[in-house]
Write a protein of this length. Structure first.
Lengths: 530, 349
């Protein structure tokens, strides 16, 4: 790998590891989160914890930081067995965690956040003095922050630095980062990596939780892979490849491939626009501007990717494109007709399918049966309904068809749909939506929570639709997934489309810059907005 | 081999049913122990209760009279639950229905054939009006129906007290604190049991059928289970919320009308006998299922009737309240425990 690794100070032999896990078990209702995990984190290393969603990474770290108590096993810190009743105990022992969702007080300044709940904070102190202390700490730890800025005014990358500074200021020797790059642009991520290297070179350690193979390969010294709550292996990073890691993560070899190419008989991208947005603006649930002046054209037979850090208006975009959220200004046209004021029913009736971002909250009624959920889109039509009558048997028959197409094994169609696994729920929703998506499919984060195998199946669904002449909008945080599939990729930032780049002629770096809100001059923009 | 209890998201139906049976038995055992400790013979009392309830047609008739309003108030609460609303106000709507029916029966002249159906409609409308404003408040302003329905109960109860002791007080002086007898009454079908009993069952079957076999029912179940999913599927949640809550109020109003025109015949304070509140228990025992209301109401009627019998044995009526409370308590525990299954612990390597 890089020269960075050679600068690492190796501890003298015989030094106990900073943290040693011995046979940690943790059970949740219906789930084995951790089972018999043995793991050691040595000083001076960046230890990556790799695994799919739900593999048990976060649970293990929450046990280490005292948020959860293990059901079995012990934690040994610097050679002594410890139990942490709360994160306060953990930080006192030098273990601090930066969570995926930051735990900062938005209305407070950086200095106030750093000193909040810290025994070393003087009881009476002026704002100026607090800021001066913060500046000192920041300089000593080489983390650039603005002490007097309010947290709500900071970018996510800056907020993360505040979180890290808060942990390090409390003399943490082990810093745990839970998917720290999920909210960062590529250049912000590089700065973070530099700071982490410096931190471990002073004999400290970092546990780096991620499910991104490339960055794990780049940053870590050793990698532990979890799968289904168990540890699969711990390896030196130099002995690993992305392929071998992916194999350990999912249990079988995976193929990342370019799905942009069309088969011989497939429809090519049609010049006809099926769905178009013109200068569309809308608010989110709290009344803040979520979309401002978005213009997009979706053509039949193409996959249009929407890239961007989550929370930049993607959810609202998918909602206005399916009639779930009214627009405050602008026009929406579907199939040449005005749909600006149409509701979800009219969109669905035209042939707009929608795989929503949060299937349990909007795509499904968790307490209702599998059958009731499967027929949600077609219950008004024969055979499920005849006139005003609903026919439970016909509904179950349709549900069986959908489940079979989704290859989901359902033991009992009358059982609540929440009893199905997350992946099976997602597949069921996808198949249900594909049936009505005669013209357009809006898929928001369809691969979230799925394992690699299920993601590949899902991607093949989209290709199938595209080849049948359906316009597919794929909203995702995974650039690789977008570039594998999309004919064009639109990048969103703060409710705006920063640019639309061609799926064939771009690399991740350019999109990353647009994701960070930077308008590049050399990016091959097809249609510049604003 | 070591085992442990593990929580599962949905209960096992067989265990849940068994737990419900056990809950009733446990509640009775507890009550028996307390009765035994206070000097009575629980077994003798139990036998007497069983004998007087099921051993004579009078006992069964009494149960039949009690079960009719319980089915309807239970149905009222259960139906509102289908759209995700808690109608704690069946008590008030019961009074409003009885009040409206009394007004029509006392002051509109005409033959029973005309007036009785009019009273029925009036009762339903009374209940509907009682829930109307707070339904709109919930639908358009998000005001919690849990509180507003409860508060209107007191208004309904006091309204009945006021008219029956004030303006509508029986001018003949035959009854103290009650209105004059309403001439028109629901015909009897068996002994004291009137046609309200089969009508209540019919209404329950209709509602259960509508929920399961109509498009409207599907939309209500979906919207009640997840309003966000209803929006997603293009189902008008607000419209269904309003219609279902109004239906719920009407059913409770009908319960009040039937109790007045079938059983009591005069409007008086306390006419509801707490049926509105007991309806909440019936709906909870029925786990919100419309058909389950029939079973829940039957159980509750038997318990209420036992209370009346116990009272003749010189026992306080609160014994019965205690038993119903215990049943609900044990049922709640049983429902929770039915989520657990025994699974073997995997042995470590």
């Amino acid at each position: 790998m890089s020269a960075l690794h050679e600068t690492v100070a190796r501890p003298p032999p015989g030094t106990p590891p900073i943290v040693l896990f011995k046979g940690i078990c943790k059970y949740f209702p219906g789930v084995i989160a951790n089972q018999g995990i043995d793991l050691e984190v040595r000083s001076g290393e960046i230890h990556a914890l790799l695994g799919e969603n739900g593999a048990g990474k976060s649970t293990l770290m929450n046990i280490l930081t005292g948020i959860y108590q293990p059901d079995a096993g012990e934690i040994i810190v610097d050679g002594y067995a410890k139990t942490f009743a709360s994160p306060v105990d953990a930080i006192a022992a030098g273990i601090g965690m930066v969570h995926q969702h930051f735990k900062l007080v938005h209305a407070f300044t950086v200095a106030e956040n750093i000193h909040l709940g810290w025994p070393q904070t003087p009881v009476r102190i002026s704002a100026k003095a607090l800021e001066a202390r913060t500046a000192e700490l920041a300089a000593a730890l080489n983390l650039a922050v603005k002490p007097d800025a309010r947290v709500e005014d900071l970018s996510t990358g800056e907020q993360q630095r505040v979180e890290i500074l808060r942990v390090l200021a409390r003399q943490a020797r082990l810093l745990i980062l839970d998917e720290p790059t999920a909210v960062l642009t590529p250049s912000e991520a590089r700065e973070l990596f530099k700071a982490l290297r410096e931190f471990v070179s002073r004999g400290n350690a970092v546990v780096f939780i991620s499910h991104k193979l490339d960055e794990v390969m780049e940053i870590s010294d050793r990698i532990s892979v979890l799968r289904g709550g168990r540890k699969v292996a711990t390896e030196e990073t130099c002995d690993c490849s992305q392929k071998s890691l992916a194999k350990m993560m999912v249990g079988h070899e995976i193929v990342l491939n370019d799905l942009r190419g069309r088969a011989a008989g497939a429809t090519s991208v049609s010049p006809e626009t099926v769905l178009s947005l013109r200068e569309v603006s809308t608010h989110d649930d709290l009344g803040n501007v979520a979309l401002s002046g978005v213009s997009l054209d979706i053509r039949a037979g193409e996959i249009l990717g929407i890239a961007g850090v989550a929370g930049n208006g993607q959810k609202e975009l998918s909602q206005v494109m399916t009639g779930m959220r009214p627009v405050t200004s602008g026009r929406i046209e579907v199939g040449g007709a005005s749909f600006t004021a149409a509701d979800a029913e009219q969109f669905a009736a035209f042939g707009v399918g929608h795989i929503p971002e949060d299937r349990l909250h909007s795509g499904l009624a968790p307490a209702l049966s599998v059958t009731d959920n499967a027929v949600m889109r077609e219950y008004k039509k024969a055979p499920v309904s005849i006139g005003n009558w609903f026919r439970p048997r016909a509904a179950t028959a349709l549900a069986e068809t959908i489940a079979a197409a989704a290859s989901v094994a359902v033991p009992d169609f009358a059982m609540p749909v929440r009893n199905l696994s997350g992946g099976n729920q997602q597949r069921l929703v996808a198949r249900r939506e594909m049936r009505i998506a005669g013209k357009v499919l809006i898929a928001a984060y369809p691969s979230r929570g799925l394992d690699v195998g299920a993601i590949n199946t899902m991607m093949r669904y989209f290709v199938e639709l595209r080849d049948a002449g359906v316009g597919v909008v794929l909203i995702s945080e995974e650039l690789e997934e977008l570039l594998n599939l999309s004919d064009r990729v639109a990048v969103m930032f703060h409710g705006k489309i920063m640019g639309i780049v061609d799926g064939t002629s771009t690399d991740i770096e350019e999109i990353g810059l647009l994701m960070g809100g930077r308008q590049t001059t050399n990016a091959p923009l097809q249609s510049a907005v604003h | 081999m070591a085992v442990r209890f593990q929580y599962f998201p949905s209960p096992q139906p067989a265990v849940a049913l068994l737990a419900r049976g056990l809950a009733i038995v446990l509640a009775l055992v507890c009550a028996g122990l307390v009765l035994g400790a206070s000097g009575a013979s629980p077994i003798m009392l139990g036998l007497r209760v069983i004998q007087s309830t099921f051993g004579s047609s009078f006992g069964l008739q009494d149960v039949g009279l009690l079960v009719t309003p319980l089915i309807l108030t239970g149905l009222s609460v259960a139906v509102a639950l289908k759209i995700g609303a808690w109608n704690i106000g069946a008590e008030g709507q019961f009074y409003a229905g009885a009040f409206a029916a009394t007004g029509i029966g006392l002051f509109i002249p005409g033959p029973t054939v005309v007036i009785l159906p009019l009273m029925f409609v009036g009762g339903a409308l009374g209940g509907l009006v009682w829930i109307l404003i707070l339904t709109l408040a919930r639908a358009y302003a998000g005001v919690s129906e849990l509180i507003t329905t409860l508060l209107l109960n007191f208004v309904g109860i006091l309204l009945a007290y006021y008219v029956s002791t004030g303006p509508w007080l029986d001018p003949g002086g035959h009854a103290l604190g009650a209105t004059a007898r309403v001439r028109h009454s629901v015909p009897e079908i068996w002994g004291d049991v009137h046609w309200g009993f089969p009508l209540a069952i019919l209404l329950t079957l209709l509602v259960a059928g509508a929920l399961n076999f109509t498009r409207w029912g599907y939309e209500v179940r979906l919207a009640g289970s997840n309003a966000q999913a209803a929006l997603y599927a293009g189902i008008p949640f607000r419209r269904h919320l309003i219609t279902v809550m109004l239906l719920s109020g009407s059913i409770a109003g009908i319960a009040g009308m039937l109790e007045l025109a079938g059983t009591v015949h005069r409007l008086q304070g306390g006419i509801s006998n707490n049926f509105g509140y007991l309806g909440i228990m019936v709906a909870v025992l029925a786990r919100g299922s419309a058909l389950g209301v029939l079973a829940g109401a039957a159980l509750m009627a038997v318990i209420l009737n036992s209370g009346i019998i116990l009272q003749t044995q010189g026992l306080n009526t609160s014994t019965v309240l205690a038993i119903t409370g215990l049943i609900l308590f044990f049922t709640a525990i049983g429902d929770e425990l039915a989520h657990y299954r025994i699974v073997p612990v995997e042995s470590k390597k």
